[in-house]
Design a protein around this ligand. Structure first.
Ligand code: TYD
Length: 137
């Protein structure tokens, strides 16, 4: 059963030298899934909220590659708010977790690595549908 305690911060490799820092991510090595898709959120206006859905089968890693924001995780029973503000920390989110993203700093960029191509059928977009699926799961 997926719960918020299965979601965790993953510390990513960081290679720093006088020219700057570099972080890399390899599928099935630094993240527990094959990376099939990446997307990023940017130009997020102050006070905006993103997310507000759950995925049936998708695994994701969320990274604040620039700036900061909060991710609120909810498994239908327990909630957890996680602040992301370093490009070498990723938040792994397992399937069947409701998530909301808020508190974006100005100029922040939220990069997401995902285990599958985009599929609208993989979403629960209504919280009540998500909770119902959880209670029957
Ligand atoms: P949505 O998943 O609701 O965004 P967020 O999680 O950031 O709130 O997606 C917003 C829109 O973008 C929606 O119309 C679907 C589309 N979209 C794609 O076409 N491909 C993708 O990979 C993603 C993540 C979204």
């Amino acid at each position: 059963m997926s719960n918020v305690d299965n979601c965790r911060i993953i510390e990513l490799p960081k290679i720093s030298d006088p020219r700057g820092s570099l972080t890399f991510i390899e599928g099935n090595k630094h993240v527990p899934f094959n990376i099939e898709r990446t997307y990023y959120l940017y130009d997020v206006p102050g006070g905006a909220q993103r997310g507000g859905h759950a995925h049936k089968e998708l695994h994701q890693l969320i990274i604040a590659v620039s700036g900061s924001f909060d991710v609120v995780l909810d498994d239908g029973g327990k909630q957890k708010r996680i602040h992301l503000n370093r490009p070498y920390y990723g938040l792994y989110i397992c399937p069947m977790i409701w998530r909301e993203l808020d508190n974006f700093s100005s100029g922040s960029v939220c990069m997401v690595l995902a285990s599958a191509h985009y599929d609208e059928n993989d979403y629960y977009r209504e919280y009540k549908d998500f909770v119902r699926a959880k209670s029957h799961g």
